[in-house]
Write a protein that binds this ligand. Structure first.
Ligand code: WTA
Length: 652
């Protein structure tokens, strides 16, 4: 857990309360707390009311079949996610309303009305069919933040193909691992994307991955356009590689939506766990869309005139649920931005908020801490008066950052929704409802209506401080780990009987508010991204000079956590700065730049128990520069002293 006991006590005595501002509450969608009691009285009835808001080709016969740990929601129902996000809005004025408003990092723009987005999705759906993609096939999407990322997801959903979006910052090796695990047939990529003024060469990375992705038969390449495409010359392999724009130009623009079973898989999304191998989290159709649509509407209090911006990347679950599916299912205007918040300058996000009149803004604590460090002057230069609601997700937000967000961005008038959820939960689980919940800086407050959470100890007894637990199945829950039911059961359902274990620690305060304390397993949260310590360790020992490695999280002002690695070298390799850089870069090559350790300490030994288990707690203490606790169980007590001495040298 990243939060130490002292600061936790401070959090729990946090007594600043922010009731919903009257102006906001007055026009909010939820004005009565009876929604909680109503949902609790009959959870299944509550969720079926939300499901009924969607368009079904055939109704479901049973709301929930629960054979722990396997749930089926809206059994027998048939629907299509892209139909619900697009076709449904075409009968009325929404057809001509903006659906997707896109801005590239260099300032180029593209917008799509619902009708235009529909045409584009249909055409690309047909293009995929033309490449032989059929229902149930897997399609990898490895794109920058361009409209085609959303279009490709919706096109897969339309024809019943299962998408697996891989974040554009992942390395070729991470990409081929995911291609292979899912046995994907088609890969969709781009010639490149802009990031901090530089070009991310996605097609070149994809080519490197394709050398070891035997299941991929076709590659579709989006031309990013503008100066980028003038500078990058993507090599196209005849027969395998196809330009997106050529396929779409040749494709008919009428594409029947596939009638999908509520429990058909919509997508796989890989996420880090406690082993070296990421898990393919499987989400299905009916329950996923129901909870994603319901939470988008109520948590962000969507109104007809909203312009909604979620700053996540589509490569993460937040991008799936709250850039693409939730907002489009609700027919809102979605802003999508390609680039970094500090390019060309640190006012970029606020410039975009002003330019497009953003009303709802959803970002991550790591970004908020960076903005806070950049100072109040940047947001103060822009007119942010249209903003009415702010959101945060991805890690616990420290009260200071919360207060700053509330004042400097929200002008003191916008409620903040701190939303707790995970790749596995698919949708928001713990959150304020902005029209009725009095918020406190640092807590995600309470479970969304219809969601049952508890805090439990190892024995499964309810307690005020322990592990977060989800005690009933929920519509957007993961259904399994792709190809690995055993891992699904072991990871999430083995700690207690029929209760889901999310891997987070939590406490509850005297108002009944939940305080999420961070991961309790070997998963780090670096700048809001989940990275498994084992994954980084595997990448480190893959380097020929490394004999053994242990990775822990270290508190970081902006990123929340950074990665610290303790590395034992093989005898033939003397330590040097050059080797250190090489090893760090090796992690970037194996996983991606986000996983590169910020600190690497070479050590002759690692502190281990007599049974040979690495004592990470001690390593964490050392990395944090804290006094080291009990070392009596160590096989060799001198290791710690040596390590501390070495670390002190490293820091100086
Ligand atoms: C953490 C991101 C505290 C938590 C949607 C969880 C949070 C992990 C919050 C999931 C929050 C997410 N407060 N912690 N509001 N939101 N987390 O799968 O540790 O990338 O288990 O999903 O992020 O990360 P993931």
């Amino acid at each position: 857990m990243s939060t130490d006991a002292g600061s936790l006590d401070a959090l729990l005595t946090e007594d600043r309360m922010f009731p919903p501002p009257p102006d906001f509450a007055g026009r909010s969608l939820v004005t009565d707390a009876e929604i909680y009691t109503r949902a609790a009285a009959d959870r299944e009835a509550f969720w079926s009311e939300w499901a009924a808001e969607l368009h079904w080709f055939e109704p479901w016969t049973t709301v929930l079949e629960w054979e722990p740990p396997y749930a089926k929601w809206f059994v027998g129902g048939k629907l299509n996610v892209s139909y619900n996000c697009l076709d449904r809005h075409l009968d009325g004025p929404k057809a001509k309303q903006q659906a997707l408003i896109w801005e590239g990092e260099p300032g180029d723009t593209r917008t799509f009305t619902y009708e235009e987005l529909y045409v584009e999705v249909c055409a690309f759906g047909n293009a995929l069919k033309g490449l032989g993609v059929t229902k149930g096939d897997r399609v990898t999407i490895y794109l920058p933040m361009v409209p085609e990322a959303a279009i490709a997801m919706l096109a897969c959903a339309r024809i019943g193909a299962i998408h697996s979006v891989v974040f554009g910052g992942f390395s070729p090796e991470s990409l081929s691992d995911r291609n292979n695990d899912a046995a994907a047939k088609v890969l969709i990529t781009a010639d490149g994307g802009w990031r901090r003024g530089g070009i991310v060469p996605l097609k070149a990375n994809a080519d490197a991955a394709l050398a070891s992705s035997p299941t991929i038969e076709h590659v579709v390449v989006v031309r990013r356009g503008g100066a980028l495409s003038d500078q990058v010359d993507a090599t196209m392999l005849a027969g395998r590689d196809h330009w997106y724009h050529e396929l779409v130009a040749a494709a008919p623009s009428d594409c029947e939506p596939e009638s999908m079973d509520a429990e058909d898989t919509l997508f796989i999304l890989y996420t880090s766990g406690t082993t070296g191998k990421p898990k393919g989290v499987v989400h299905t159709t009916g329950g996923y869309l129901t909870q994603v649509a319901a939470t988008t509407k109520l948590v962000f209090d969507l109104q007809e005139d909203d312009v909604y911006w979620c700053t996540a990347d589509v490569g993460w679950i937040t991008g799936h649920s709250y850039i693409v599916y939730g907002p489009l299912a609700n027919g809102t205007r979605v802003l999508m931005y390609e680039g970094a918040p500090d390019t060309p300058d640190r006012g970029r996000f606020w410039e975009l908020c002003e330019k497009y009149g953003v009303t709802v803004f959803y970002t991550a604590p790591t970004a908020i801490r960076a903005f806070m460090q950049w100072g109040d002057d940047w947001p103060a230069k822009f007119d942010l008066s249209r903003l009415r609601l702010l959101g945060t997700v991805g890690e616990p937000i420290n009260p200071e950052a919360w207060m700053w967000y509330q004042k400097a961005i929200g002008g003191g008038r916008c409620p903040i929704v701190d939303t707790w959820w995970q790749t596995e939960t698919g949708a928001i689980m713990i959150t304020p409802l902005p029209g009725i919940t009095a918020t406190k800086p640092g807590t995600a407050t309470r479970a969304f209506p219809g969601i049952d959470v508890s805090i439990m100890n190892d024995a499964g007894d309810a307690t005020n401080a322990g592990y977060l637990a989800i005690t009933s199945p929920w519509p957007s829950m993961l259904r399994t780990v792709w190809g690995d039911d055993q891992r699904y059961r072991d990871t999430y359902w083995s700690r207690w009987d029929n209760v889901y274990f999310p891997g987070d620690g939590a406490k509850i305060d005297s108002d009944g508010y939940l305080w999420i304390l961070g991961r309790v397993d070997d998963v780090l949260n670096v700048a809001g991204h989940r990275i498994g310590t084992m994954e980084v360790e595997s990448a480190l020992v893959d380097h020929p000079a490394v004999a053994e490695a242990a990775v822990v999280g270290k508190t970081h002002d902006i990123k929340g956590q950074s990665i610290a690695a303790f590395v034992t070298l093989r005898d033939a390799f003397p330590s040097s700065d050059a080797l250190l850089t090489e090893i760090r870069d090796h992690v970037g090559i194996k996983i991606g730049a986000i996983a590169k350790p910020e600190m690497i300490v070479f050590t002759a030994d690692l502190p281990k128990t007599r049974s040979g288990k690495i004592m990470r707690r001690l390593l964490r203490d050392i990395a944090e520069g804290r006094a080291v606790g009990d070392t009596t169980t160590l096989a060799d007590p001198t290791v710690v002293a040596k390590l501390q001495a070495m670390h002190a040298e490293d820091e100086s």
